[in-house]
Design a protein around this ligand. Sequence first.
Ligand code: ASP
Length: 349
Amino acid sequence: MKSLRILMLALFALFAVTLSAQKPNVYVLATGGTIAGSGTSSVSTNYTAGQVAIGTLLDAVPQIKDIANVVGEQVVRIGSQDMDDATWLLLAKRINELQASDSVDAVVVTHGTDTMEETAFFLNLTVGGTKPVVMVGAMRPSTALSADGPLNLYNAVVTAVSPASVGKGVLVVMNGRIYGADGVVKMHTTNVDAFGAPNSGALGYVLNGKAVYEASPKRPGGRPMFNVSGVDELPKVGIAYGHAGVSPDVVESMIKNRYRGIVYAGVGNGNIHKNLFAALEEARRKGIIVVRSSRIVSGPTSLENEVDDEHYQFVASQLLGPAKARVLLMLALTQTDDWRKIQSYFNLF
Ligand code: ASP
């Protein structure tokens, strides 16, 4: 009788081990943000981002264990308003290691929403491999009524383990939608439905534990545009914001402080106010790369419209807004100072 019980237990253990071996292995890299935020009240928006450790976040969603074997790693614990180049490089290198590891099938990155689109874009340009990489955050802290973090996290893991997510590049999953890193933009400061992709639309959605794709990203994942394995620092690139009556002070200060690139968040189709045209020309004469982008959230900043880009050697950002144009310019400057070559990178978007 006793030996029968031991046999049954052994069989059960073997069954459990086989089942968990069959589940995909998802590695969760945690960086903080509102998804890990904690407040003193469940009904107010007053809270501090990045307080809750990844183990606690995962424990709050036990359903995840039914679909994946999950390992959490706390990379940093910050509000993403404090994101920086060093953390981007750290994340890219860590995800490239995980892409190469036999024991990892997919990666999820928990992140604040403020700069999520920049980090997603940076990783999409620097991470190789076809394993899914899914970024996720929340608009409400973990202590809020109807916190959106737990379902967002579950949906992110659902997306990460879906075979349909393989080779799609870095994805962002928020509020039941799946976005590609190149197109995703934060569109609302406080609403749970905060993200959109105004130029390309969402790639798909997650419903009832299933990721459904309706479109593919324009640039497939797998081949990183930039290899950052030997890069420890990124070139200094700043953004100058265009508006009526703008002064050249910000551009002049970037020239003085030896920035290697300036993104001008112009009006309309990246148009430049006469007050600072001369300063941008001066920047270019000094070898600084000038990228025209737009403060408008949709549509391209296209070449040779109201500005003679060929003449001034200005680069047009195409469908990249100023924040993402800055990311691409920093990475491009690790390779070249040739404005035509840099324009060719932007023409991919
Ligand atoms: N400030 C927060 C952050 O980006 C906002 C959020 O996560 O929603 O970390």
